[in-house]
Write a protein that binds this ligand. Sequence first.
Ligand code: GDP
Ligand code: MG
Length: 162
Amino acid sequence: PLPVLAVVGRPNVGKSTLVNRIIGRREAVVEDKPGVTRDRVTYDAEWAGRRFKLVDTGGWEQDVLGIDASVAAQAEFAIEAADAVVFVVDAKVGATDTDEAVVRLLRKAGKPVVLCANKVDGLSGEADASYLWALGLGEPHPVSALHGRGTGDMLDAVLEAL
Ligand code: GDP
Ligand code: MG
């Protein structure tokens, strides 16, 4: 079976945009309003000649009820089922309490994690990404899922983790 890579993070950080960038198509639904992806959605992906399954998840949130709780639970299932995780953070916003809660979740799961500092659209955003070292997950990979900047380097790190 192909290795499985889950893309997780809080709502609106650009998970689905990143998934589209990696698969080279516009299939994952991107919305300006958070919380569009409710379930786990799996795609076939390839980088540097290696194939893997790529799982887009809904935005994970802490202490939520109803539909938001099931979205969060689906994201947790995706982490459990994955061989490695891309944890997406919005570098423009920085680490939020919710991001910190995701870090605790990932620690518990014990899966290899590649930290994606998204929305670094230009050189000036690199500094924002460097603050994310504070999350304690190692090197933050500055990426612009929107424009494709940095995604190759991040995927190289993913292949090492898979
Ligand atoms: P998700 O909820 O984490 O799946 O986030 P989406 O992929 O739906 O994106 C949420 C919003 O962030 C959309 O308006 C995207 O266009 C925007 N976005 C995603 N990636 C980037 C990026 O690299 N740079 C910028 N500037 N905006 C982005
Ligand atoms: Mg999404």
